[in-house]
Design a protein around this ligand. Structure first.
Ligand SMILES: Cc1ncc(COP(=O)(O)O)c(C=O)c1O
Length: 380
């Protein structure tokens, strides 16, 4: 490995934000308080005035979103098999059944054409994912949801800063769940937010967020539902406030870097590139799908040896052990399986330099021309 290591991603936390966090630490109020409320107000303004509540993860926002959508034991929720496993785990943890629908081979998002065939009388909600920040077609998605009377919990964990038809993701739709995990386009280290429909839903979200507890002016309290422990800290919210200031700058830089990837990535080794969308996508990730003759572990090893961090987001969920135990298996969702076997995430983060992209493309081309194969196998 050379000394100039290029990581897959890196958060950009500025000195002003660090100073702001120090102030919170000195303030005597470090858990949920004024900074969380300020963060929620700013998020709400960004999302066209819709109510927003901040939680301590994008998994928590999905769990609370499912509860608010009325998903209960025995229900079915339609989702994609090509996502972070949290997307399906939250459905199982709600006592419901994930019904996977294969992905579109081009967008890598849930194939909207196939959703209707998966709807049954038990279907309660749709839970689509904007993989890598490329939005699912919201016009068609909501036409389907309305037609079948289904709730939508958008797993927009990766879509902060993305848009659909000129409107920001979060400013439109039903329940919208966003993650602020460290690798997301803006971060609170860990955290997330849920965009809601009205004040009553926002109040219910607050109850699910913190033990279902209501407090009264006379100091008494009551618990009206079995809520969890999902509240965000003021420390985290202060990081988020600093990050929000820079959302447009970060998105513009990610788009510029993605354009550079398209300019420099060598097409001949047969990799599938992402959709070149510079209007809607926030370019949370730049992902290629390796040709089938290339062994992904060997490619990743060679990239690491060249000092470049790469990632796998994600293997198909239904092939993970727990989901196989639930009866899912190979051959059910061939597009997700093929993409899940070959997908590789290349470095992309706002502080990356143009020459870093050129280097990643050069090293990828060199390695792919050598047709990397797994140890002990021959090139196919
Ligand atoms: C598509 C998707 N869904 C859900 C999550 C869960 O978010 P968090 O890690 O904040 O719990 C993530 C984050 O990694 C994600 O990428």
């Amino acid at each position: 490995m050379n000394g100039d290591y290029l990581p897959l991603t890196r958060p950009a936390i500025d000195e002003q934000t660090i100073a702001g966090v120090v102030e919170v630490l000195r303030s005597g109020w470090i858990t949920s308080g004024p900074k969380v409320r300020e963060f929620e107000t700013r998020l709400s303004a960004l999302f066209g005035g819709r109510p927003v509540r901040a939680l301590n993860s994008g998994t928590g926002t999905l769990e609370v979103g499912l509860a608010l959508a009325g998903v209960v034991a025995g229900d079915e929720v339609i989702t994609t098999p090509l996502s972070w496993v949290a997307t399906a785990n939250v459905i199982v943890r709600a006592g419901a059944r994930p019904v996977f629908v294969d992905v579109d081979p081009v967008t890598r998002n849930i194939d909207l054409e196939r959703i209707e065939a998966a709807i049954t009388p038990r279907t309660r909600a749709l839970l689509p994912v904007d993989l890598a920040g490329l939005p699912v077609d919201r016009t068609r998605l909501y036409a389907l949801a309305r037609h079948h009377g289904l709730r939508v919990i958008e797993d927009a964990a990766q879509s902060m800063g993305a848009s659909w038809d000129g409107r920001r993701i979060g400013a439109i739709g039903d329940l919208v769940s966003i993650s602020f995990h460290a690798n997301k386009n803006i971060t609170t280290a860990e955290g997330g937010c849920l965009v809601l429909n009205d004040a009553a839903e926002a109040r219910a979200c607050e109850l699910w967020r913190l033990q279902g507890v209501e407090r009264f002016a006379d100091g008494e309290l009551d618990a009206t539902l079995p809520g969890g422990k999902y509240n965000l800290t003021d420390i985290a919210a202060r990081i988020g406030l600093g990050q929000l200031e820079r959302l447009e700058e970060f998105t513009a830089r990610r788009r510029a870097l993605a354009r550079l990837y398209f300019e420099h990535f060598e097409r001949t080794p047969g990799c599938q590139l992402p959709v070149p969308d510079f209007t809607n996508s926030n370019w949370h990730m730049f992902q290629i799908v390796l040709p089938t003759h290339v062994a992904r572990p060997a490619f990743i090893r060679a990239m690491h040896a060249a000092g470049i961090g790469v990632g796998v987001h994600y293997p198909a969920i239904h092939l993970l052990s727990f989901y196989r135990q639930q009866g899912f298996g190979p051959g059910q969702f061939p597009q997700a399986e093929r993409i899940g076997r070959g997908i590789v995430t290349l470095p992309l983060f706002p502080a990356m330099r143009d020459e870093d992209v050129v280097r990643v493309c050069r090293e990828s081309a060199r390695i792919l021309r050598g047709r990397p194969v797994a140890a002990g196998t021959a090139a196919g």
